[in-house]
Write a protein that binds this ligand. Sequence first.
Ligand SMILES: NC(=O)c1ccc[n+]([C@@H]2O[C@H](COP(=O)([O-])OP(=O)(O)OC[C@H]3O[C@@H](n4cnc5c(N)ncnc54)[C@H](OP(=O)(O)O)[C@@H]3O)[C@@H](O)[C@H]2O)c1
Length: 251
Amino acid sequence: MSTDQIRKVCIVGASGKLGRYMVQHALDRGYEVVGVCRERSVPKLAGCADRITIVPGPTNDREVIRQAVAGCDGVLTVLVPWGVHQYSSGTAQAVLDYAVPDARLVFSCGWHITRDGKDQYSWRFRAAVRIMTRLARFVRVVEIDDQVEACRRIFASDRRWTVVRGSDLEEGESQGLPVWSRHVGDPVLASNLTRRVDFALFMVESLTDDTLIHEAPAIVSCLSPSALAHAADGRSSDPAGNTSGPSGDKP
Ligand SMILES: NC(=O)c1ccc[n+]([C@@H]2O[C@H](COP(=O)([O-])OP(=O)(O)OC[C@H]3O[C@@H](n4cnc5c(N)ncnc54)[C@H](OP(=O)(O)O)[C@@H]3O)[C@@H](O)[C@H]2O)c1
């Protein structure tokens, strides 16, 4: 399937903040939308319930995902590390197993996920992830290791995937499509800030951008100081918003 033929998309984790922005972007493009969210969160989708199909249930329930992704040309998945029951990896595996063969699969995560080990993290970032991971394991509410495992499985898959790695996030009006780079530590990403609405925009845009297949772009706002400085240097992808090429090296 060519990705200019996206008609129907499934959004897994549709009721969260990122999910609801993705629903809106997908509807704006005229896509038919199927949203998956926990039963208790269905009311969070009340504003668009008459325009989308909602499949309630845990996102790591394989039967829920099998039903939701049927006939979808694209699947946008919010990977979250909640609980201690392999929520992320269970969700990712179900999407990998049940999405239609040529579907575009786009997953969200944070900068802490590395595809090739070439990301350069600050000591502050590494310390924060280490503390969060240990603390989370201790309180048994969040399982960051499982989000790592989910991405390991995606990277090993031959499906048409993209893993979008979000920087720190803030709310606010859209600033346009974020710019991206292959490796955290590349100067263009230094500002480490993206509007959540634009993270969602990048996820939805990825559905039709074949250059992002088998990439794990780390994103940052196109109007952030580091993106603007890089653009001024003439070494960046277009800060007005295209994803035609990354900054940084090949993996
Ligand atoms: N927050 C950040 O600073 C940040 C930074 C970089 C990347 N990211 C990435 O961005 C994505 C979205 O994260 P977000 O922080 O912006 O949050 P979000 O969009 O609000 O998404 C949170 C998701 O987690 C679900 N959830 C909450 N509690 C749960 C539980 N106990 N069990 C199962 N699911 C639960 C929510 O579903 P309900 O609606 O059912 O509650 C919702 O789908 C993630 O992939 C994350 O890794 C986040």
